[in-house]
Design a protein around this ligand. Sequence first.
Ligand code: MG
Length: 245
Amino acid sequence: MKDNVREFGSLDLDRHAFFFDFDGTLAEIAPRPQDVTLGEVMRQNITRLSLRTGGAVAIITGRNRAEITPHLDSEIPVAALHGVDFPGRADVAVADRINAIRPLLPPLARLVVRHPGAVLEDKGQGLALHWRAAPSAEGAMVEAAHETLATLGAGWQIQPGKCVAEIRPVGDDKGGALRRFMTIDPFLGRRPVAFGDDLNDLPMLAAARSAGGLAVALGERDLPADIRLSGPAELGDWLERRLEA
Ligand SMILES: [Mg+2]
């Protein structure tokens, strides 16, 4: 562990590739997902890191691409929906998934209205029920997620997280997205370093370690990792120091 800590302090930007979750990792979590914003200094430092590494920086998020890309400079690649939506990948199932989800949204929207503070997030090829601002709604939201899964049938799963239950397609996860990035330039041949804060990051953290890289966990969740940081602010401090070195 000590060696990992020492290595993390002086990671070679010419030999490593960097993969970041968004919510809770680069950006502080907000009561509602739509209120999450990326700090200007963090945005600039992600871009600087990308320039310094020849472009070996990517975002791997569970969110919809359209919600994340406006926060970032356009050269930063984003794998969205836990890797279901990977840059340049043609996926014939997209329309089928969107068509399966769409009719489920209105009744869930009506349910959410009955629990002030709860949020329904339309992810296109999936959906999420959030209750960070409505803790008493947890039971109703989890029950609704299970009913939704039963309605959708095979090919879908529930992704648990911090105050969220998400319905997403089976088959892809953030680990697969990391491995896919690692097969293409400029990631190819580098050692991956993955940063994440929640259960959906586990496959990505494990994939980085299996590829000889490092896993960095943020926040309070006890995720298996080589390095622990308290949250986005500490990650920002590390990035700032690393880029000034
Ligand atoms: Mg997160």
